[in-house]
Design a protein around this ligand. Structure first.
Ligand code: ATR
Length: 276
């Protein structure tokens, strides 16, 4: 019997934690599968995927920079992939790829289940207006926030994105500097400021965190991220990085492929350094 093959495809991909997470899920659920890292040339996504299928590949997680190409490649797509305009998960359906996007569901599961956060009725601030924001807006709006404010360095991008989602709930764009005086219950960093870029203190006003507020960084790292450091300095009551989202989006993908929902608790100790 051949073992079903899965992989995370990206460029770069060597840093990906997905193989560790999916191996833990497979063990916990008793599923027999293999999961590897697949490096595709920047101009060779489709051909790498084609070869993977020919070699028995059943499903892929898709990471930077291929989420839009994965969307285009999928002949059928979930509603949440359509809303995000990008796919982070592909499932082979015998003669075509089915495309899904589990990023938003992963974030919401981490926020509401793991962190015990309520979205309904809350004031939410999202920094950024790129692909990452595109993917999380619909699931956030579905939880009934009082208002989602998009604040982006290039204001026009935030305006355009807010307009795209306005039929789905209360989402507005506000220039970062004009946020001064506003208070938010949940502040999400969805910019590409990762570990090496400092928070733009000249752009983001002080005092944005309401009492008890949660600061959430979509970036996950084995160290405190610049955003989390800034949020703590600013008095955010609670902070989280994107580890939970990473694990929960993986669980959603695993469920799509295998029809079994893993208990994600098995993955956290493998990735969270002991001293944090
Ligand atoms: P992703 O798909 O990860 O969202 P992206 O589409 O390139 O990537 O978007 C990156 C986001 O991070 C954008 O909102 C970008 O702001 P601009 O639209 O003004 O480019 C934001 N960003 C990147 N570097 C930033 C910085 N140094 N300060 C503030 N925002 C930054």
């Amino acid at each position: 019997m051949t073992i079903d093959r899965y992989a995370v495809i990206g460029n770069p991909v060597a840093h990906s934690k997905s193989p560790i997470i999916h191996a833990a899920f497979a063990k916990a659920t008793g599923q027999e599968l293999s999961y590897e890292r697949l490096l595709a040339p920047r101009d060779g996504f489709a051909s790498t995927v084609e070869r993977f299928v020919a070699e028995g590949g059943k499903g892929l997680n898709v990471t930077i920079p291929f989420k839009l190409e994965a969307f285009a490649l999928a002949r059928k797509r979930s509603g949440r992939a359509e809303s995000a305009g990008a796919c982070n998960t592909l499932a082979w359906r015998g003669d075509h790829w089915y495309g899904d996007n589990t990023d938003g569901a992963g974030l919401l599961r981490d926020l509401t289940h793991n962190l015990g956060e309520t979205i309904g009725g809350r004031n939410v601030l999202v920094f950024g207006a790129g692909g990452a924001v595109h993917g999380i807006l619909q699931p956030l709006l579905a939880h009934g926030p009082r208002r989602i404010v998009l604040a982006n360095r290039t204001h026009a991008r935030a305006v355009e994105l807010a307009a795209h989602f306005t039929a789905e709930g209360p989402v507005v764009a506000i220039e970062p500097r004009s946020l001064a005086g506003e208070r938010f219950d949940i502040v999400i960093n969805a910019t590409s400021i990762g570990l090496d870029t400092p928070v733009p203190r000249d752009l983001w006003p002080n005092g944005l965190f309401a009492p008890g507020a949660l600061a959430y960084d979509l970036v996950y790292a084995n160290q405190t991220t610049p955003f989390v450091r800034w949020a703590k300095e600013q008095g955010a009551a609670r902070t989280a990085d994107g580890l939970g989202m990473l694990i929960e989006q993986a669980a959603e993908s695993f469920f799509l492929w295998r029809g079994v929902r893993p208990d994600t608790a098995c993955a956290f100790p493998l990735l969270r350094p002991k001293d944090s």
